[in-house]
Design a protein around this ligand. Structure first.
Ligand code: UDX
Ligand code: UDX
Length: 469
């Protein structure tokens, strides 16, 4: 290939989601000399990015967006124009687990990535660098490259893999000071073009370059290892409950071993989020595809353990509350999959609420950032059956058993129990004396995050149960 690569001055990112939006906002903020256009097929989402209320709740994001929006950061639905004008195109669309056909329930659905590649091939002219930002199975770049080799206008492309490691709730910190930025590719000049962008604020020693396949696989592996740590400590939490050990003490004790380290050892009601389960299932699928069933079974266990943890939480609630929660009011504190985000994808809350509803409990739900509309959507979706439809009986179950509150205290009024499912900081500041006085007795608290563990709730009269002690 003879094309020379000029420094990048125009970027287009397809997909204005939890990854594309904050990442591009940070690039625009740190690189005022680069024009950044974020495009999306969802016009409502683009309108929200252009409004005062961004579609994503993420501490620090508003400031970063406001610093560049209207200058070198644009959110638009004019996809073709933005692709055509750009030197570098990021693909940051969603890659959900397939729900149909070959690999259903495991493989990633690459329909959207493929559509993006085809669109880029169709409208591009000259030379462009295409960057895979979405988490993809190993060797997806091969498919993207083949699609891009059939272009309408003799355009040429280099493909890079640049997986995102930001965690929701800390996205801005993670983008500002990443542990590392991973860039996989084949042609040194195009790798360097992306390195030069990040080098505007990330020390060069943290910019790791690899071949394409290592980069793709590293993202899946990082998420699998992180999720495995959570499932491992959650497995130990069950043993702690059976033996009288305290999982937080065990975590602190093992975390001081520098080989293990203290992070990602917080026992919980189960991990959620758009990535962990999806990426592990994807890994499992890849292992099976490449004829490695034992490796596949090993990783699949991480997801099974997580499902078990969510079920165990509900079983413990039901057993403790005299083997029935039918017609009992339960205050649900938190619906997001972790604090400081409005994202509910794969949140443990969805599954805990589903199982409590199947036990006919009455749920009063409060989350400081998640809308009622989103919660109802999630609950309806979790009850859909094979044909993707919800039965009338299940719809009635939700309608008759789910209400919403505008504060944690209101959700707990007259309740038999509280279930803490997200570790929002504000929950620790609640007026527990006032809450206790309005609850049915015994006033049960089931803390799926051990957030209230040190607040002396037992001394205030509550019957307090956490995870792993
Ligand atoms: C996505 C992937 O899910 C994840 O695997 C990857 O690591 C990063 O990108 P996220 O940003 O959280 O994560 O997804 P989401 O918030 O769903 O945003 C994706 C956006 O792409 C949506 O706004 C959707 O409308 C848009 N999209 C999807 C397109 O613009 N075009 C498409 O063809 C498909
Ligand atoms: C994760 C990865 O951390 C990130 O690098 C990748 O880019 C996307 O996937 P995210 O899902 O946003 O990020 O959040 P994360 O902080 O990893 O938490 C995932 C889930 O694990 C949450 O439900 C969280 O509550 C849970 N968790 C995390 C625990 O239960 N215990 C822990 O010790 C840590």
């Amino acid at each position: 290939m003879t094309t020379t690569i000029d420094p990048v001055s125009k970027i287009c990112c397809i997909g204005a989601g939890y990854v594309g939006g904050p990442t591009m906002a940070m690039i625009a903020h740190k690189c005022p000399h680069i024009d950044v256009k974020v495009v999306d097929i969802n016009a409502d989402r683009i309108a929200q990015w252009n409004s005062d209320r961004l579609p994503i709740y993420e501490p620090g994001l508003d400031e970063i967006v406001h610093s560049s929006r209207g200058k070198n950061l644009t959110f638009t639905t004019e996809i073709d124009q933005a692709i055509r004008a750009a030197d570098m195109v990021f693909i940051s669309v969603n890659t959900p687990t397939k729900t149909f056909g070959v690999g259903a329930g495991r493989a990633a659905n690459l329909e959207f990535v493929e559509k993006c590649a085809r669109r880029i091939a169709e409208v591009s002219e000259g030379h462009k660098i295409v960057v895979e930002k979405s988490t993809l199975p190993v060797r997806t770049a091969e498919a993207v490259k083949r699609i891009l080799s059939n272009t309408a206008n003799n355009a040429t492309f280099d493909v890079l893999s640049n997986p995102e490691f930001l965690a929701e709730g800390t996205a801005i910190e993670d983008l500002l000071e990443p542990d590392r930025v991973l860039i996989g590719g084949e042609r040194p000049e195009s790798i360097e073009a992306l390195v030069d962008i990040y080098a505007n604020w990330v020390p060069r020693a943290r910019l790791l370059t690899t071949n394409l396949w290592s980069s793709e696989l590293s993202k899946l592996t990082a998420n699998a290892f992180l999720a495995q740590r959570v499932s491992s400590i959650n497995a130990i939490s069950a043993l702690c409950e059976a033996t009288g050990a305290d999982v937080d003490e065990v975590a602190a004790a093992i975390g001081t071993d520098s080989r293990i380290g203290p992070k990602f050892l917080k026992a919980s009601v189960g991990f959620g989020g758009s990535c962990f389960q999806k990426d592990i299932l994807n890994l499992v699928y890849l292992c099976e595809y490449f004829g490695l069933p034992e490796v596949a079974a090993y990783w699949e266990q991480v997801v099974r353990m997580n499902d078990h943890q969510k079920q165990r939480f509900v079983t413990r609630m039901v057993r403790t509350m005299f083997n029935t929660v039918s017609d009992k009011k339960i205050g649900i504190w938190g619906f997001a999959f972790k604090k400081d985000t409005n994202d509910t994808r794969e949140s443990a809350s969805i599954y805990v609420c589903r199982d409590l509803l199947l036990e006919k409990a009455r749920l009063c739900i409060y989350d400081p950032q998640v809308s009622e509309h989103q919660i109802l959507n999630d609950l309806e979706y979790v009850f859909t059956e094979g044909d993707n439809k919800i039965s009338e009986a299940k719809r009635e179950l939700i309608e008759q058993h789910v209400t919403f509150a505008s504060s944690a205290q209101e959700a707990s009024s007259d309740a038999h129990a509280i279930a803490i499912l997200t570790e929002w900081d504000e929950f620790a500041d609640a007026d527990f004396d006032a809450i206790y006085s309005t609850m049915k007795k015994p006033a049960f608290v089931f803390d799926g995050r051990n957030r209230l563990k040190d607040l002396g709730l037992k001394a205030k009269g509550f019957e307090y149960h956490g995870i792993g002690f």
